[in-house]
Write a protein that binds this ligand. Structure first.
Ligand SMILES: Nc1ncnc2c1ncn2[C@@H]1O[C@H](COP(=O)(O)OP(=O)(O)O)[C@@H](O)[C@H]1O
Ligand SMILES: [Mg+2]
Length: 254
């Protein structure tokens, strides 16, 4: 695949006796939006962290834009569930931090433009503690976008938000992706969320985490949960995830 942004080849990851990931193969095309989906503990974060370069696989390799991943790089921006903002910095400082380090002289203007884009105009001088959870996560997203990273890695970024806020964040992310077409790898355990967002959903097995099935989502955007097509997709992906959840519960009882 000439325009593969991400190539995961035979990745395995062990933590002592636990095999968190095994035989993971995955290609993600440039500009593609992929969700990693599976029950808690199936290795989603472990895989994302390996793609980010925070951890090294025990075996196999990962290439990003044709280059082997050995450490974190600005080309792959990470957005975590816990907002990970600097509490002592204003919103504007948080968003422009990476640009300042890079010596970008237009850092503040760029930060303000991003705050506008994410409906945070007027909040640049506030501190994270003064914002709601949804707004803090918008700031975290703005910070990730500030460096124009061609790849966004998102680990349950909206998991801590209430349902309505999550819904608007999903729309906002889709709006931004439609405009900027980054390659996005988005981790979630939300089946609906994955079907609202992704071009393809990578359903993972539980322990060891492997690729159970890759489900292309052919539904046109903007997607509508109320359609029979969405309901069909939801039903079939739910069945896949449910199988793994049941396996997980059986393991816990054993
Ligand atoms: N640093 C670590 N040390 C030991 N075990 C870990 C570590 N990180 C993850 N694990 C284990 O690996 C498995 C996968 O974890 P994780 O990737 O966090 O799953 P998910 O993100 O899908 O919930 C779990 O069994 C977890 O306990
Ligand atoms: Mg996780």
């Amino acid at each position: 695949m000439p325009d593969a942004a991400l190539e995961v080849r035979g990745v395995r990851k062990e933590f002592g006796a636990i095999v968190a990931l095994d035989r993971i193969d995955l290609d993600v095309a440039a500009g593609e939006f992929v969700c990693l989906l599976g029950p808690s503990g199936c290795g989603k974060s472990t895989l994302l962290n390996a793609i980010a370069g925070f951890t090294r696989p025990s075996a196999g390799e990962i290439l990003a834009f044709g280059k082997r991943v050995v450490q974190p790089e600005p080309a792959r921006a990470m957005v975590f569930q816990e907002y990970a903002l600097f509490p002592w910095m204003t919103v504007r400082e948080n968003v422009s931090f990476g640009l300042q380090i890079r010596g970008d002289r237009g850092a503040c203007e760029k930060a303000d433009a991003l705050l506008d884009k994410l409906a945070l105009r007027g909040f640049g001088d506030r501190y994270p503690k003064d914002l709601s959870g949804g707004m803090r996560q918008r700031v975290a997203l703005a910070r990730a976008l500030a460096l124009d990273a061609p790849m966004l890695l998102m680990d349950e970024p909206f998991g801590a938000l209430d349902a309505l806020t999550r819904r608007s964040m999903q729309d906002e992310l889709l709006r931004i992706w439609t405009e900027l077409k980054q390659t996005i790898v988005f981790v979630t355990h939300g089946i609906e969320e994955s079907l609202l967002l992704a071009d393809r959903v990578v359903v993972m097995t539980y322990r060891p985490g492997t690729v159970k099935k890759i489900v292309p989502v052919a539904l046109p955007r903007p997607r509508d949960e109320a359609t029979p097509e969405f309901a069909d997709a939801l039903r079939s992906v739910t069945r896949l995830v449910r199988e793994e959840q049941l396996r997980h519960e059986r393991d816990q009882r054993a």
